[in-house]
Design a binder for this molecule. Structure first.
Ligand code: SAM
Ligand code: SF4
Length: 327
């Protein structure tokens, strides 16, 4: 499936809940958001139907996200079902890790291929401050346990002024010691992210270079899992570190992804309101063939690039928290 700029779309991120067991300062208000009611959310059977339809349109890589996806009962069965689709080469999960130990066995058995865990600090107090309720020991334990399985584990870290800028080095140390790929992601001015000041990746890179040389890494070696990150080898180690810089180094030109929100809307771009209500179409009886046509038409309309740098723009991401859009 291609959009009108000839970008091949082969990656689908699907959110299965807007609820969460944490309240990260850049993602949710401290009292929690107003969540979708049960019948407003896609069922996991509907999620599977969407993935099947998208796989017939060229999607090869799927990531399940949220809110916190491990809060949704039946997630392992969804992973297993998606894995049974021949053309899906990669099925990943993005999680805060709190509930992970409970599900690792089943997720592994279900055929999960990659696991992204969000971790912005290894310090208990700072983690509590950033997530408002979380205990970092649980996440660290979950990451160590996940490494015992043969899962590709990546850490996603956001660095925020006045919260965790002094954690860059300990995150790097943690990644080296636990043999996981660490990726720094720039804070986007989405929802509560607008109220904070994120670090630019070039500044994070400079800080790391005070201690290590960063050697450019030919990320073709990472195959389909390379995504928009720019990877480097850390000093003389074989460890990789990645930088995802949607703000300072916009990668929209090569964007290959679309999203489905937990209430079943297709979003061709994180920034803009989507053009198609997939859940409504399915529930009103639109045939799968018709739905495919509508998806193709919606994807063609994918915009050239986000407008995060244009102050004052009011688009979908202005009003919604990341947990509602699906990170
Ligand atoms: N709850 C899961 C988790 O935290 O990994 C999955 C959903 S969360 C919305 C997915 C990712 O989005 C997390 O890595 C989080 O750090 C990131 N995120 C949330 N708000 C963001 C923002 N404003 N800018 C950039 N990333 C953001
Ligand atoms: Fe929850 Fe993830 Fe948002 Fe944190 S970033 S509040 S863990 S959805």
């Amino acid at each position: 499936m291609k959009d009108n700029l000839n970008r091949s779309i082969n990656y689908l991120r699907i959110s299965i809940t807007d609820n969460c067991n944490l309240r990260c300062i850049y993602c949710m208000p401290k009292e929690g958001a107003i969540y979708h009611k049960e019948d407003e959310m896609i069922t996991l059977d509907e999620a599977f139907t969407f993935v099947k339809i998208f796989s017939q349109l060229g999607i090869e890589k799927v990531r399940i996200t949220g809110g916190e996806p491990l809060l949704r009962t039946g997630i392992c069965k969804l992973v297993k079902n998606i894995r049974s689709i021949d053309s899906i080469r990669e099925i990943g999960l993005t999680t805060n890790g709190i509930l992970l130990p409970r599900y690792l066995d089943e997720l592994y058995e279900s055929g999960l291929t990659t696991l992204n865990v969000s971790l912005d600090t290894t310090d208990e107090e700072k983690y509590r401050k950033m997530t408002r309720i979380g205990n970092v020991r649980e996440v660290i334990g979950a990451i160590k346990k996940a490494k015992e399985y043969n899962l590709k584990v990546k850490l996603n870290s956001l660095i925020i002024h006045d919260f965790n800028e002094d954690e860059i080095d300990s995150l790097v140390q943690f990644a080296i010691e636990n043999d996981v790929i660490l990726r720094f992601i720039e804070l986007m001015p989405i929802g509560y992210g607008k109220t904070l000041k994120g670090f630019k990746n070039d500044d994070i890179k400079k800080k790391i270079e005070e201690k290590y040389t960063l050697k450019e890494f030919d990320d073709d070696e990472l195959g389909s899992s390379k995504g928009p990150a720019e990877y480097y080898k850390l000093g003389d180690t074989d460890k990789l570190i990645g930088f995802i810089s949607p703000i300072s180094h916009c990668f929209c030109e090569t964007c290959n992804r679309v999203r489905i929100t937990s209430d079943g809307k297709l979003k061709e771009c994180l920034y803009y309101e989507g053009n198609l209500d997939l859940k409504e179409e399915l529930r009103k009886g639109t045939s799968q063939e018709e739905l495919k046509e509508k998806i193709i038409k919606a994807v063609i309309l994918k915009k050239k690039q986000h407008k995060f740098l244009e102050i004052g723009k009011v688009e979908d991401s202005d009003e919604k928290a990341m947990s509602m859009i699906g990170g």
